[in-house]
Each structure stands twice: as structure tokens, then as C-alpha cells.
Ligand binder design. Structure first.
Ligand SMILES: NC(=O)C1=CN([C@@H]2O[C@H](COP(=O)(O)OP(=O)(O)OC[C@H]3O[C@@H](n4cnc5c(N)ncnc54)[C@H](O)[C@@H]3O)[C@@H](O)[C@H]2O)C=CC1
Ligand SMILES: O=C(O)C1=N[C@H](C(=O)O)C[C@H](O)C1
Length: 266
């Protein structure tokens, strides 16, 4: 089995640390470098928690790809930098696996075109947890039969984006099959702004942020005399890693943009 050379952006973050561990313990995965917002020219081992992981740190993605042979970029940063990193990777012939959430529709359209132009694969996965993918697929199945749905996503209070990428993706998947409906009473009024949450094609999305939580989502459907609740819980960030591995293995074999792990799960 040939080695796969991987660069991780955001390696010192909550997800990045877990991804470094995944790469370290996977036989043919090789950590080539990391991209951080500080310590350019340093080594990852300079930072707490990375003893013995002696790879270079870059603050500039283009400089990194000019000096390092890489097959894959794993990006776990912020939407602004994630987009820049993903475009730079594709420009340098490196295939991105992106877990960073908060990309806009326009971002996805731009990246799809760039993948086509470069004939390179790129996987953008709002959620790498297999259970979360199933939750989204089950919610999509239910959305065909229930027009009334509310999405409640619950995350740790250090999360920057709301609603979560998973909630947006879930709403998009349901919208693909659901007959459009503006939910709730036509005359309903928020006496405190935001009480009914965000709206996506008439569906409501509610974002809960609390210390103690990791990543959770429940999709509630209602109809005459019944409700259906589909829920997924990630209790630790290890829950995302089998999906990251699947994405790395798969992105090498494709030459288009894939948005959502459900599209590659067999
Ligand atoms: N797809 C999935 O399954 C999951 C996705 N996420 C997403 O991953 C992203 C990161 O989440 P966390 O690890 O919780 O956040 P975090 O805040 O712990 O980590 C982000 C890291 O990115 C680094 N960073 C910021 N700007 C940078 C730059 N210009 N260059 C390089 N590194 C930079 C920060 O220093 C930090 O170490 C978020 O967008 C989050 O929504 C999180 C969990 C699961
Ligand atoms: O920031 C997080 O933690 C998570 N982000 C992703 C999202 O926005 O959906 C995936 C997971 O929910 C954890």
C-alpha cells in the first residue's frame, strides 16, 4: 500500500488534534506538514500535546505546497480560511477533505467549477460521523411524508457558526423531497426576536449552545396525532474519524466535488 501524504490545517484545534491522531495510527497515512495561524517555520512538536510529531508548521498554504509533497489536505479551520485553503490546495493539485463548516452556496459552486477544471476530487463533509449521515438520510426519508419539521441542533459553546453545517445539510436534503410549506400559524409573531429560530424554505432551525455538549441534532416531524423524532449524538470527536478516513481514501479515486458523506457511503 502506497503512503498517502497528508497536510492538516487547524491541527491544534479540537478536531485537528483528533485528525493528527488518526493520521499517526493509520498505516499508510503520513503526516507531511500542518498549517496553523502561527509559528511559521516551527515544528508541530513545539506545541503541547504533539511530542515526537516532528513535521513542519506553515502559516501560508501556498508556501507549504511549494515545499512539501502532499496528496491530501484535511481542513478543520474556519469558513474564511477553509475556502482559501481548499482553493489553494486544488491550485497545487492537492485533493481537499474539508470538515470545516459554514461554506456558502456560492463557495460550493466555485469549488465545483475548480474541481472540474483541475479534474481533482474534493470532499466537503458537514459531518463525518456515520450515525449523523444516517440521521440525515432517515430525516430525508421522513420528509417525503411529513411536511412539518423542526431541526434542533445542539453544540458546545465554542462553536463559531450557527446553524451548524449538519443542520443546513439536513434542511437541504429534506427540502429536496418535501412539498414546500411555510410552517406554523400564518399570523404567528415573535414577541422576542429569534424565538422561532432560523428559517430554511419554511422549516425552522434552532441552535442550542451549551458547555458540556459536543455535537447533537434532533429532527422532529409532526402530523395529525403524531410526532416522529430522529436524533443523533456525538459524545466525542473520535466519532468523526472513521468518516475522515473514508473521505481520504475516497477523494483519491474521484475527480469532482462531493458535498456530503452520504454521497460516498455504500
Ligand atoms: N465535519 C465534521 O464532522 C466536523 C466539522 N467540524 C468543523 O470543523 C471546524 C473546526 O472545528 P473545531 O476543531 O471544533 O474548532 P477549533 O477552534 O478547535 O479549531 C480550529 C483551528 O483552526 C485554526 N486556524 C484558524 N485560522 C487558521 C488559519 N488561517 N490557518 C490554519 N489554522 C487556522 C485555529 O488555530 C484552531 O486550531 C469548524 O468549522 C467545525 O464546525 C467540527 C467537528 C466535526
Ligand atoms: O463544530 C462542531 O463541533 C461541529 N461542527 C459540524 C457542524 O457544524 O455540523 C459537525 C458536528 O456537528 C460538530
Amino acid at each position: 500500500m502506497e503512503n498517502i501524504n497528508i497536510v492538516i490545517a487547524g491541527a491544534r484545534g479540537r478536531m485537528g488534534r483528533e485528525a493528527v491522531q488518526l493520521v499517526q495510527r493509520t498505516e499508510n497515512f503520513q503526516l507531511a506538514a500542518v498549517v496553523d495561524h502561527k509559528n511559521d517555520g516551527g515544528r508541530l512538536s513545539d506545541f503541547d500535546g504533539f511530542t515526537g510529531i516532528d513535521v513542519p508548521v506553515y502559516t501560508n498554504m501556498a508556501n507549504c505546497f511549494q515545499e512539501i509533497k502532499a496528496d491530501i489536505l484535511i481542513d478543520l479551520t474556519t469558513p474564511e480560511y477553509g475556502m482559501l485553503h481548499t482553493k489553494t490546495a486544488l491550485e497545487y493539485g492537492v485533493r481537499p477533505v474539508v470538515g470545516t463548516t459554514g461554506f456558502s452556496k456560492d463557495n460550493l459552486i466555485e469549488l465545483e467549477a475548480l474541481c472540474r477544471e483541475k479534474e481533482l476530487g474534493c470532499i466537503i463533509a458537514p459531518n463525518f460521523a456515520i450515525g449523523a449521515i444516517l440521521m440525515m438520510k432517515f430525516a430525508q426519508m421522513a420528509g417525503k411524508y411529513f411536511q412539518d419539521v423542526e431541526i434542533i441542533e445542539l453544540h458546545h459553546d465554542q462553536k463559531l457558526d450557527a446553524p451548524s453545517g449538519t443542520a443546513v445539510k439536513t434542511a437541504e436534503m429534506i427540502a429536496d423531497v418535501r412539498k414546500t410549506k411555510l410552517q406554523g400559524h400564518p399570523d404567528e409573531k415573535e414577541t422576542i426576536s429569534g424565538a422561532r429560530g432560523a428559517q430554511f424554505e419554511g422549516m425552522h432551525i434552532h441552535s442550542v449552545r451549551l458547555p458540556g455538549l459536543i455535537a447533537h441534532q434532533q429532527v422532529m416531524f409532526g402530523a395529525e396525532g403524531q410526532t416522529l423524532t430522529i436524533r443523533h449524538d456525538s459524545y466525542n470527536r473520535g466519532s468523526f474519524m472513521s468518516g475522515v478516513k473514508l473521505a481520504v481514501d475516497t477523494v483519491l479515486k474521484i475527480d469532482t466535488l462531493v458535498y456530503g458523506l452520504e454521497n460516498i457511503l455504500e
